[in-house]
Each structure stands twice: as structure tokens, then as C-alpha cells.
Write a protein that binds this ligand. Structure first.
Ligand SMILES: Nc1ncnc2c1ncn2[C@@H]1O[C@H](COP(=O)(O)OP(=O)(O)OP(=O)(O)O)[C@@H](O)[C@H]1O
Ligand SMILES: [Mg+2]
Length: 239
């Protein structure tokens, strides 16, 4: 269980996030919706230890981990799948996966890599290819696989469907569902609200650096107009 409360994050004098709260639980999907620049990525990066928050609290399974650096957050069982995937293009698929397992022992890395290959057979087929040669959807699976290498209980995903063709979005969302069914908890930022709402258990709307709405996915679906109004953008096709 992850509980983030009243997070504040600055970039120098710029207060990008001022009052973001959300939670995520094992075996559940929390979806964070919000317009461009709302502070979604900043919040995820701060929770994952890539940027120190100014204030607020991040509690993972009852332990406060606020401000802990990323490598320590990974050891506590939470991994970030970053915006834009951040794959190392010149490295092979397998080398990218090994980077995700950098906190684990060698024997554990081999075992976990086998599990990742079982989950994403395409990565096994392409394991010696340069990662830059993969399609966008395959690169997203590699980004998932790299995060899975640390055997997380919770994964933070920043716009996994970004830039993908609609059929690929479906494939990526199906693999997200597969990870949840295996008992991983997921907190996912998505601009593709329709695809995300189909999977979500809980929905959080972030507007201008603040959490302004939290509810169940059913409430968000029936309240599409409200969510739409808060996003301020045409993020929902038929709202
Ligand atoms: N490195 C940075 N330095 C200064 N300001 C930044 C930096 N990164 C982001 N910001 C600002 O912080 C605010 C939040 O940005 P953030 O990237 O978290 O938003 P987002 O919700 O993820 O947006 P998007 O949907 O476009 O990914 C924006 O006003 C942005 O311009
Ligand atoms: Mg972002």
C-alpha cells in the first residue's frame, strides 16, 4: 500500500506541485488524470525518489520513505516506468533489462529475467537486438520489463500509451492488467482517459499541481462531465 499525502514539489522557485495526494494498493489500479503541465510526472518522480519533495509524506507499507533516493525506493519494492520510456537505445533488450535488476543479486537477475521473458515473449525473441530497433509498443513492454526486474510490489507508470497506435494501446493496457492480476499494485498516469478508465479501480484528478477529485472508476465514468471539466481538455472522447 502506497499513501502519498499533500505532496509539494518545487523546481527552484517554481512550485510545480502543491497538494497532491493519492494512494495505490497491491492488486489494484489507481489512475491519475490531469491536463498537460498539471504536475503528474513531477509527483511520480518525487514519489519514486528522483526529485526531493519540499513537503508532504510518502508512506509505503506503513514506512515513511519521503525523500529517499530512487535506488533505495526500488529496494523497498516500488519501481517507476518513466514518461517517454527512457530506454537505452544502443543497448540490447537484455542489457536494458539487466539495468532494471541492478539492485538484485546475480542469481535473482537470471530468474527474474526468465519471468519477464515469460510475460513478454517478444522481448525474448528480440533479446539481442538494439532496443532502439523495437517498435513503440515493444519499447513500452521493455520499459515494463525493466521495472519488473526489481520485483516490485508497486509500479508507478507515467503515460504508458503515449505515442502508440490504438491497437498497441490495447496491447499495452492488457499487459498492465496482466501485471495487476499477478498481484502488483499500479499507479498509472494517463492522458488516454477512456482506455485508463476501463482498467481503473480508483481515479485521481490533478489540476494545476493539486489533487482536486478522487473517486471510484465507476463514479468517474458516470461523472465524465465533471472529470472532463476538471481536466480542462478534451481528454475524454464522448464526455
Ligand atoms: N525540470 C523542470 N524545471 C522547471 N519546471 C519544470 C520542470 N519539469 C516540469 N516543470 C514544470 O512543472 C509543471 C508540472 O510539470 P509536469 O511535467 O509534472 O506535468 P505533467 O502533468 O506530467 O504534464 P504532461 O501531461 O505534459 O506530461 C509544469 O508547469 C512544468 O512546466
Ligand atoms: Mg508528464
Amino acid at each position: 500500500m502506497l499513501e502519498v499525502t499533500d505532496l509539494h514539489v518545487n523546481y527552484g522557485a517554481v512550485n510545480a506541485v502543491h497538494g497532491v495526494s493519492f494512494a495505490a494498493a497491491v492488486g489494484k489500479i489507481t489512475v491519475v488524470l490531469g491536463a498537460n503541465g498539471a504536475g503528474k510526472s513531477t509527483s511520480l518522480r518525487a514519489v519514486a525518489g528522483f526529485h526531493k519533495p519540499r513537503s508532504g509524506s510518502v508512506v509505503l507499507d506503513g514506512e515513511t520513505i519521503t525523500g529517499l533516493p530512487a535506488h533505495k525506493v526500488v529496494r523497498r519494492g516500488m519501481a517507476l516506468v518513466p514518461e517517454g520510456r527512457k530506454i537505452f537505445f544502443p543497448l540490447s533488450v537484455e542489457e536494458n533489462l539487466r539495468i532494471g535488476g541492478y539492485t538484485a543479486s546475480r542469481s535473482k537477475v537470471e530468474k527474474t529475467m526468465g519471468e519477464v521473458y515469460d510475460t513478454f515473449p517478444i522481448l525474448k525473441d528480440r533479446r539481442h537486438s538494439a532496443a532502439g530497433l523495437l517498435s513503440g509498443g515493444e519499447q513500452q513492454m521493455l520499459a515494463f520489463g525493466r521495472a519488473l526486474m526489481s520485483q516490485p510490489r508497486l509500479m508507478l507508470m507515467d503515460e504508458p500509451s503515449m505515442g502508440l497506435a490504438p491497437t498497441m494501446v490495447e496491447t499495452v493496457m492488457a499487459s498492465v492488467k496482466g501485471m495487476v492480476d499477478k498481484g502488483i499494485g499500479i499507479l498509472m498516469v494517463e492522458q488516454n482517459a477512456d482506455a485508463a478508465l476501463e482498467l481503473a479501480d480508483t481515479v485521481v484528478v490533478v489540476t494545476r499541481g493539486e489533487t482536486v477529485w478522487t473517486g471510484t472508476a465507476a463514479q468517474a465514468r458516470s461523472d465524465k462531465k465533471i472529470v472532463h471539466a476538471m481536466l480542462g481538455e478534451a481528454a475524454l472522447d464522448d464526455a
